[in-house]
Design a protein around this ligand. Structure first.
Ligand SMILES: [Zn+2]
Length: 69
């Protein structure tokens, strides 16, 4: 493992991410918009139609050199 931490801000980069959340108050179900395949996803926990929203989430980056061998 050999990488420097010169830019700590990039370690926990967060971005406003489009998500779908469950309208049911008793349910915490939600998913990232880019993980859905239908225009109106169904909650996997209570089968309610989900509503679109936004949430601050850690950015998903697939360019990390840590995972390359
Ligand atoms: Zn739900």
């Amino acid at each position: 493992m050999h990488y420097s931490k010169k830019r700590p801000l990039e370690d926990v980069l967060q971005e406003q991410t489009a998500i779908w959340s469950c309208p049911n108050e008793n349910c915490k179900g939600w998913m990232r918009d880019n993980f859905t395949f239908s225009s109106t996803p169904i909650c996997s926990q209570c089968q309610a139609k989900m509503v679109k929203g936004e949430r601050m989430l850690a950015a998903v980056l697939n360019t990390s050199p840590i995972h390359s061998k």
